[in-house]
Structures are given as C-alpha cells and as structure tokens.
Write a protein that binds this ligand. Structure first.
Ligand SMILES: *[C@@H]1O[C@H](CO)[C@@H](O)[C@H](O)[C@H]1NC(C)=O
Ligand SMILES: *[C@@H]1O[C@H](CO)[C@@H](O)[C@H](O)[C@H]1NC(C)=O
Ligand SMILES: *[C@@H]1O[C@H](CO)[C@@H](O)[C@H](O)[C@H]1NC(C)=O
Length: 396
C-alpha cells in the first residue's frame, strides 16, 4: 500500500517535470512567437472581405476575434511621405492616416492650423507644431523636400516614400484644380490650356502656386526653378531621390505600387485598401494639351520628364522580378477597392461646396452594411479631418 503510494508520488513528480519542460521550452516560445507575429484583428471588416473575395488567409468567422498571419516581419511604423502635387497623393495620405490612427501613432502637424508645412519653402523643423520630445511616426502633409531637416525630424530607420505621375496628365489635372486660368487672366477663354500652350515660353512662374505648373514634382523634391534647365542639377536631384527614398510610387500603376509598399512595410492588404480622393469631375476632364504642343510641353518640363522616366524604369525593374503571388495580390487589391467603393460610397458624382469645385466629393452610402461603417468612414475622410483628429489627440 505504502509502496504504491510512493511510486504514484514519484510518477507525479516525473509528470510535473515533463509538463514544466514542455511549457518552458515548447509552449512559451510558441506563445511568444505568436504574440510577436500574429496580430489580432477585430471583426468585421476583414471577414467582410472573406465573403467578397475569399481572402482565405485573413478570415475564419466564428469568433469575434481572428488571427491574421502576416509575413515574418515587423510592420513599419515610421514613414515620411513626400506628397507631390496633383499626383494621387491624397489617396495615399488617407492610407497613411488610417494606419496612424488605428495604431495610435504620432503625426507631424503643420504649425498655425494650416495643412501644409509652409510649402513652397524648404522644410524646416520650426514648421512643425508642438514638437516635443516625441518624434513623429508619420509626416504626410505637403512639404518641400529637405533631406537634412526631414531626417533630423524623423526617427532613424524611417521609410521615405513619394509618388510621381506622368507630366502631361499631372499638368492637365493641376491646371484647372489650382484655377490657373484665373491667375493667368484667361479664365474667359474657351480653351485656356490651349491659350497657355501657345504662349508658354512667355510664362514665368512667380506666384507660389504657380510652382505646381512647371516641373512641379522636381520642385517639390527640392530642385530650384533656376536649375530647371541645368542638366547636372537635375541629375543630382534624381540621384538624391534614388539614394534617400525607399520607394517611389507611380500613379499610373497605383495598385502595383501599393502592393510593393505593403510588402516592403509588412502591412496587410486591408491597410492599403483605398478609394480615390480628389478625382476630377467628368465635366472638367475635357481639356487636354493638344498634340501639336506636346513635344514642346515635355521640353518645357524636361526635369519632370527625366525624373518620371527614371523612376518608371526603376519601378519596372523591381516589378519584373515579382512572382505570381505579387500579381494575385494586385488583382485582389483592385477587386477589394472596387468593391469597397461600391459599398461605402453613394454612386455618381457629387460636388463640393467649397473651392474644390473641379473634383468629386466622396459621400457615404446611407445603406451600407453597418459592420462596414467604421472602415467606410475612415476611407472617405479627407486630410483636414485627420489633421484635426491628430491635433485634438496630440496637442492637449
Ligand atoms: C535645408 O535646411 C537647412 C537647415 O535649415 C538649410 O541650411 C538648407 O539650405 C536647406 N536646404 C535647401 C535645399 O533648401
Ligand atoms: C540616429 O542615427 C544617427 C546617425 O547614424 C546617430 O548619430 C543617432 O545617434 C541615431 N539616433 C538614435 C536615436 O538612434
Ligand atoms: C513605364 O515603363 C514601362 C516599361 O518600360 C513602359 O511600358 C510604360 O509605357 C512606361 N509608362 C509611362 C507612363 O511612361
């Protein structure tokens, strides 16, 4: 009797030791590993996509919480987006602000309650509001590039990104949005773009908004107007962008750009889903640069043409090495973004009642799925809204 009790006791000890070893060397490491790399995502938005596109990695309905496996990497938190003018930047900014909001990150805010960092002046630390001990995780409002000051502001290891667009379509989009015809005194003209083209050599940008007319992207990235025709300066500019930026997105290949970003940043597909912001209304799309002026226009915008061509080439040099997984993500993103626009937005074009008269306004669909509402709301909000949110949160 005593003997069996003793051997039972011994058995217990052995089992306890085995249990201890298993927990310490197997269970705990696996738990820690999961905690590090597996992120909790709260329903419903991801599961909604499961119904839509069978996003199988993302969703298992059944509980209120699901685990979303990511690649074995840490998501990037620190981003500087050099927002160029009329290049789809507002849609990118929406993605970045959503990311910052959901993860409670700190956003660099322009001083004096305005929405740009005193563009067209070269960026200075003094342009940032409420600059305390804490460095911002994100800078995404309009600013003119200055590597020294921007690097000094952002934490080490910050990813620098920007976006480019073909100079012709960029110009056609900027021309009416910024109301150049009024500046140029030709607003009565039936085809102001043509008028400008005819006299383009006489035109010399002086008012600051005019910097968005000629070589605007190069200007935003730091090139001085007096260097527009200086081949060495332009080549230095391209080198500096190549050296200091981690990714240059292209409007023409928006979805491909976002999947590259998602991969480099270790973000999820839901993080980079988008609806187009500040899209031109159909009625304002009729003016184009006439063919006979195109060559001359490109010559006049030589710096931007060289810049765009260079980064279009490097972009495709990266994309051509991507595998089928990349392309299936591109297709999925297109599909998800189209679907989300259908579900979240009131169909048709809507006008703004403020100065943004040439671009459409995004209006929430009153009949959207209530589970989608938080995501829909975040998707349609513009920069003013987000800056206000972050101001309220950060400037207490
Ligand atoms: C960038 O900022 C620094 C510091 O204020 C300034 O010295 C420099 O001239 C600026 N760079 C350009 C290209 O404006
Ligand atoms: C950031 O990098 C610079 C230069 O490499 C270094 O001097 C500085 O100490 C780093 N700062 C932090 C906070 O790691
Ligand atoms: C970008 O480069 C690709 C590959 O060289 C070319 O096919 C395409 O036409 C270029 N895109 C633009 C908008 O110039």
């Amino acid at each position: 009797m005593r003997l069996t009790k003793l051997s039972r006791f011994k058995n217990c000890i052995i089992w306890a030791m085995i249990a201890f070893l298993v927990i310490k060397f197997a269970v705990l490491p696996i738990y820690r590993f999961r905690k590090r790399f597996v992120h909790k995502v709260v329903l419903p938005s991801i599961c909604y996509f499961d119904k839509v596109v069978q996003y199988e990695r993302a969703c298992k309905i059944g509980t209120n919480v699901l685990f979303l496996f990511r690649n074995m990497c840490q998501p990037i938190d620190n981003v500087l987006f050099l927002k160029t003018h009329k290049t789809g930047g507002s849609s990118i900014a929406n993605i970045l602000f959503r990311f910052a909001k959901s993860r409670h990150l700190t956003v660099a805010l322009p001083k004096k309650q305005i929405f740009s960092f005193f563009w067209p002046w070269s960026f200075q630390l003094s342009f940032v509001d409420n600059l305390g001990e804490k460095r911002p995780n994100l800078l995404s409002s309009h600013a003119r590039y200055n590597q020294t000051t921007m690097q000094a502001l952002m934490p080490n290891g910050t990813k620098f990104i920007t976006i480019l667009r073909h100079p012709i379509s960029r110009f056609e989009s900027a021309f009416l949005f910024e109301d150049f015809p009024a500046f140029l005194g030709i607003s009565g003209s039936l085809n102001p773009l043509k008028n400008l083209m005819e006299d383009i050599d006489k035109f010399n940008p002086e008012i600051s908004t005019m910097y968005t007319l000629r070589n605007s992207m190069s200007f935003d990235l730091g090139l001085e107007p007096e260097d527009f025709e200086n081949a060495d300066a332009v080549s230095n500019l391209i080198h500096s962008v190549k050296k200091n930026f981690d990714l240059v997105l292209l409007v023409e290949y928006f979805d491909e750009s976002l999947i590259l970003l998602k991969q480099q940043f270790c973000w999820s597909l839901e993080d980079v889903i988008y609806v187009k912001h500040n899209s031109r209304l159909q009625a304002w799309k009729k003016h184009h640069i006439p063919n006979k002026f195109k060559t001359h226009f490109l010559e006049w915008n030589k710096a931007d043409v060289l810049l765009y061509d260079h980064f279009n080439e490097t972009f495709w040099n990266i994309v051509k090495y991507q595998d089928e997984n990349f392309w299936s993500e591109v297709r999925l993103l297109k599909k998800m973004s189209r679907k989300i626009a259908e579900d979240c937005l009131q169909p048709g074009e809507h006008k703004h009642d403020n100065w943004k008269k040439t671009v459409g306004k995004l209006i929430l669909n009153q009949k959207m799925d209530p589970r989608m509402e938080p995501l829909c709301r975040d998707l349609v909000q513009d920069e003013d809204f987000y800056l206000k949110i972050f101001r309220d949160l950060q400037c207490k």
